[in-house]
Write a protein that binds this ligand. Sequence first.
Ligand SMILES: [Ca+2]
Ligand SMILES: [Ca+2]
Ligand SMILES: [Ca+2]
Length: 216
Amino acid sequence: MSRVATLLFPLFLLASVGCEHDPPAGPTSGTGGTGTSTGGDDCQTDDDCEDPDNPVCEAGTNTCVPCTSDSECPDPDYPECVNGSCAQACQSDAKDPNDTSGAASAIVSDASGLNLWLCPGTDDEDWFEFSISNSHFISILTNNDPYDGDFDVTLFNDANVEIDSSSQNFYGKKVPRAVEAVHTLITPDTYWIRVRATDGQGGIPYRLVLQLFKEG
Ligand SMILES: [Ca+2]
Ligand SMILES: [Ca+2]
Ligand SMILES: [Ca+2]
Protein backbone atom coordinates (compact mmCIF):
# COMPACT_ATOMS: atom_id res chain seq x y z
CA MET A 1 0.00 0.00 0.00
CA SER A 2 1.41 3.39 -0.96
CA ARG A 3 1.97 6.05 1.67
CA VAL A 4 -0.98 8.06 0.33
CA ALA A 5 -3.21 5.01 0.34
CA THR A 6 -2.05 4.18 3.88
CA LEU A 7 -3.03 7.64 5.01
CA LEU A 8 -6.38 7.62 3.21
CA PHE A 9 -7.45 4.09 4.10
CA PRO A 10 -8.45 4.87 7.71
CA LEU A 11 -10.46 7.84 6.44
CA PHE A 12 -12.22 5.57 3.96
CA LEU A 13 -13.04 3.17 6.78
CA LEU A 14 -14.47 6.02 8.85
CA ALA A 15 -16.57 7.19 5.92
CA SER A 16 -17.81 3.66 5.30
CA VAL A 17 -18.80 3.18 8.91
CA GLY A 18 -20.61 6.53 8.78
CA CYS A 19 -22.74 5.29 5.87
CA GLU A 20 -23.82 2.07 7.51
CA HIS A 21 -26.37 3.76 9.72
CA ASP A 22 -29.96 3.67 8.60
CA PRO A 23 -31.54 7.04 7.84
CA PRO A 24 -33.31 8.48 10.88
CA ALA A 25 -37.02 7.85 11.01
CA GLY A 26 -38.96 10.77 9.56
CA PRO A 27 -42.06 12.29 11.11
CA THR A 28 -45.42 10.65 10.60
CA SER A 29 -47.12 11.12 7.27
CA GLY A 30 -50.09 13.18 8.36
CA THR A 31 -53.65 12.10 8.93
CA GLY A 32 -54.90 9.68 6.33
CA GLY A 33 -51.69 9.20 4.44
CA THR A 34 -51.70 6.71 1.62
CA GLY A 35 -49.03 4.53 3.22
CA THR A 36 -49.61 0.85 3.77
CA SER A 37 -48.50 0.78 7.39
CA THR A 38 -50.38 -1.77 9.43
CA GLY A 39 -49.43 -0.11 12.68
CA GLY A 40 -47.68 -1.68 15.61
CA ASP A 41 -48.69 -5.03 17.06
CA ASP A 42 -47.75 -4.31 20.63
CA CYS A 43 -49.94 -1.38 21.62
CA GLN A 44 -51.56 -1.25 25.03
CA THR A 45 -53.46 2.02 24.62
CA ASP A 46 -54.24 4.47 21.82
CA ASP A 47 -51.29 6.54 23.02
CA ASP A 48 -49.02 3.82 21.64
CA CYS A 49 -50.47 4.31 18.12
CA GLU A 50 -48.51 7.19 16.59
CA ASP A 51 -49.40 6.48 12.94
CA PRO A 52 -52.27 8.84 11.98
CA ASP A 53 -53.61 6.14 9.62
CA ASN A 54 -54.00 3.68 12.52
CA PRO A 55 -54.83 5.73 15.63
CA VAL A 56 -56.79 3.13 17.63
CA CYS A 57 -55.36 0.31 19.74
CA GLU A 58 -57.68 -2.63 19.05
CA ALA A 59 -58.48 -4.65 22.15
CA GLY A 60 -57.69 -8.33 21.85
CA THR A 61 -55.21 -8.03 19.01
CA ASN A 62 -53.31 -5.12 20.60
CA THR A 63 -52.85 -3.81 17.07
CA CYS A 64 -53.08 -0.18 15.89
CA VAL A 65 -56.00 0.08 13.44
CA PRO A 66 -58.02 2.87 11.69
CA CYS A 67 -60.81 4.58 13.65
CA THR A 68 -64.42 3.88 12.69
CA SER A 69 -66.29 6.60 14.64
CA ASP A 70 -65.72 9.95 16.33
CA SER A 71 -65.97 8.24 19.72
CA GLU A 72 -62.63 6.60 18.97
CA CYS A 73 -61.00 10.03 18.68
CA PRO A 74 -60.84 11.39 22.26
CA ASP A 75 -58.01 13.86 21.56
CA PRO A 76 -59.77 17.28 21.37
CA ASP A 77 -57.19 18.41 18.83
CA TYR A 78 -58.24 15.66 16.37
CA PRO A 79 -61.85 14.88 17.34
CA GLU A 80 -63.37 13.56 14.11
CA CYS A 81 -62.88 10.17 12.47
CA VAL A 82 -62.35 10.96 8.77
CA ASN A 83 -61.55 8.04 6.47
CA GLY A 84 -60.00 6.09 9.35
CA SER A 85 -57.90 8.93 10.71
CA CYS A 86 -58.59 11.12 13.74
CA ALA A 87 -58.58 14.63 12.30
CA GLN A 88 -59.92 18.14 12.64
CA ALA A 89 -63.20 19.16 11.07
CA CYS A 90 -62.71 20.74 7.67
CA GLN A 91 -63.18 24.52 7.60
CA SER A 92 -63.09 27.15 4.88
CA ASP A 93 -61.19 30.39 5.45
CA ALA A 94 -61.80 34.06 4.68
CA LYS A 95 -59.93 33.78 1.34
CA ASP A 96 -61.81 30.77 -0.04
CA PRO A 97 -62.77 29.98 -2.69
CA ASN A 98 -59.37 30.63 -4.23
CA ASP A 99 -58.76 27.22 -5.68
CA THR A 100 -57.22 28.25 -9.02
CA SER A 101 -54.86 30.94 -10.27
CA GLY A 102 -57.87 32.59 -11.93
CA ALA A 103 -59.58 32.86 -8.53
CA ALA A 104 -56.44 33.87 -6.62
CA SER A 105 -56.74 36.20 -3.63
CA ALA A 106 -54.68 39.40 -3.58
CA ILE A 107 -51.98 39.27 -0.92
CA VAL A 108 -49.59 41.92 0.40
CA SER A 109 -46.39 41.82 2.41
CA ASP A 110 -47.49 41.53 6.05
CA ALA A 111 -45.47 40.11 8.92
CA SER A 112 -48.62 39.33 10.89
CA GLY A 113 -49.73 36.75 8.31
CA LEU A 114 -53.00 35.01 7.49
CA ASN A 115 -54.75 32.15 9.27
CA LEU A 116 -56.01 29.71 6.64
CA TRP A 117 -57.24 26.17 6.05
CA LEU A 118 -56.73 23.46 3.47
CA CYS A 119 -59.05 20.46 3.31
CA PRO A 120 -57.74 17.54 1.24
CA GLY A 121 -60.42 16.44 -1.21
CA THR A 122 -62.57 19.58 -0.97
CA ASP A 123 -60.12 22.52 -0.67
CA ASP A 124 -56.92 21.11 -2.13
CA GLU A 125 -55.38 24.41 -3.18
CA ASP A 126 -55.22 28.04 -2.04
CA TRP A 127 -53.90 30.60 -4.55
CA PHE A 128 -52.60 34.14 -3.92
CA GLU A 129 -51.45 36.90 -6.26
CA PHE A 130 -49.26 39.99 -5.96
CA SER A 131 -47.22 42.28 -8.24
CA ILE A 132 -43.96 44.18 -7.69
CA SER A 133 -42.31 46.95 -9.71
CA ASN A 134 -38.84 46.61 -8.10
CA SER A 135 -36.68 43.60 -7.31
CA HIS A 136 -37.36 42.14 -3.86
CA PHE A 137 -36.21 39.35 -1.63
CA ILE A 138 -39.29 37.27 -0.92
CA SER A 139 -39.96 35.19 2.18
CA ILE A 140 -42.96 32.88 2.27
CA LEU A 141 -43.37 30.95 5.51
CA THR A 142 -46.14 28.64 6.63
CA ASN A 143 -46.66 26.97 10.00
CA ASN A 144 -48.92 24.02 10.66
CA ASP A 145 -49.17 20.83 12.68
CA PRO A 146 -47.58 18.04 10.58
CA TYR A 147 -49.96 15.52 12.16
CA ASP A 148 -52.81 17.15 10.22
CA GLY A 149 -51.21 16.42 6.88
CA ASP A 150 -48.77 17.83 4.38
CA PHE A 151 -48.85 20.61 1.82
CA ASP A 152 -46.30 22.38 -0.35
CA VAL A 153 -45.87 26.05 -1.19
CA THR A 154 -44.89 26.97 -4.76
CA LEU A 155 -44.12 30.36 -6.30
CA PHE A 156 -44.86 31.01 -10.01
CA ASN A 157 -44.22 34.07 -12.16
CA ASP A 158 -46.73 35.56 -14.58
CA ALA A 159 -45.57 33.23 -17.36
CA ASN A 160 -46.56 30.30 -15.09
CA VAL A 161 -42.92 29.31 -14.62
CA GLU A 162 -42.14 27.78 -11.21
CA ILE A 163 -39.66 30.04 -9.39
CA ASP A 164 -39.26 28.07 -6.16
CA SER A 165 -41.02 25.48 -4.01
CA SER A 166 -40.94 24.34 -0.40
CA SER A 167 -41.28 20.70 -1.46
CA GLN A 168 -38.37 18.70 -0.07
CA ASN A 169 -37.42 15.08 0.29
CA PHE A 170 -36.00 13.51 3.42
CA TYR A 171 -33.84 10.51 2.51
CA GLY A 172 -35.79 10.23 -0.73
CA LYS A 173 -39.22 10.40 0.90
CA LYS A 174 -41.57 13.34 1.00
CA VAL A 175 -42.52 14.13 4.59
CA PRO A 176 -44.71 16.78 6.21
CA ARG A 177 -42.96 19.54 8.08
CA ALA A 178 -44.12 22.10 10.61
CA VAL A 179 -42.58 24.90 8.51
CA GLU A 180 -42.65 25.26 4.73
CA ALA A 181 -40.45 28.03 3.35
CA VAL A 182 -39.61 29.79 0.09
CA HIS A 183 -36.83 32.37 0.09
CA THR A 184 -35.48 33.87 -3.14
CA LEU A 185 -34.84 37.08 -5.08
CA ILE A 186 -37.55 38.08 -7.56
CA THR A 187 -37.66 40.72 -10.30
CA PRO A 188 -40.57 43.02 -11.30
CA ASP A 189 -43.52 40.87 -12.37
CA THR A 190 -46.82 39.45 -11.19
CA TYR A 191 -46.44 36.37 -8.99
CA TRP A 192 -48.65 33.55 -7.84
CA ILE A 193 -48.38 31.56 -4.61
CA ARG A 194 -49.97 28.11 -4.60
CA VAL A 195 -50.46 26.17 -1.36
CA ARG A 196 -51.40 22.60 -2.30
CA ALA A 197 -52.44 19.79 0.05
CA THR A 198 -50.56 16.57 -0.65
CA ASP A 199 -51.61 14.38 2.27
CA GLY A 200 -54.06 14.26 5.13
CA GLN A 201 -57.75 13.97 6.03
CA GLY A 202 -60.18 16.44 7.54
CA GLY A 203 -58.85 19.99 7.78
CA ILE A 204 -55.31 21.38 7.86
CA PRO A 205 -55.11 24.77 9.59
CA TYR A 206 -52.04 26.76 8.63
CA ARG A 207 -50.53 30.21 8.92
CA LEU A 208 -49.13 31.98 5.85
CA VAL A 209 -46.70 34.91 6.15
CA LEU A 210 -45.55 36.74 3.01
CA GLN A 211 -42.78 39.32 3.40
CA LEU A 212 -41.12 41.33 0.63
CA PHE A 213 -37.88 43.19 1.22
CA LYS A 214 -36.75 45.67 -1.43
CA GLU A 215 -33.35 44.81 -2.83
CA GLY A 216 -30.63 47.31 -1.95
CA1 LIG B 1 -58.41 27.43 1.98
CA1 LIG C 1 -58.89 27.12 -1.62
CA1 LIG D 1 -44.52 19.66 2.37
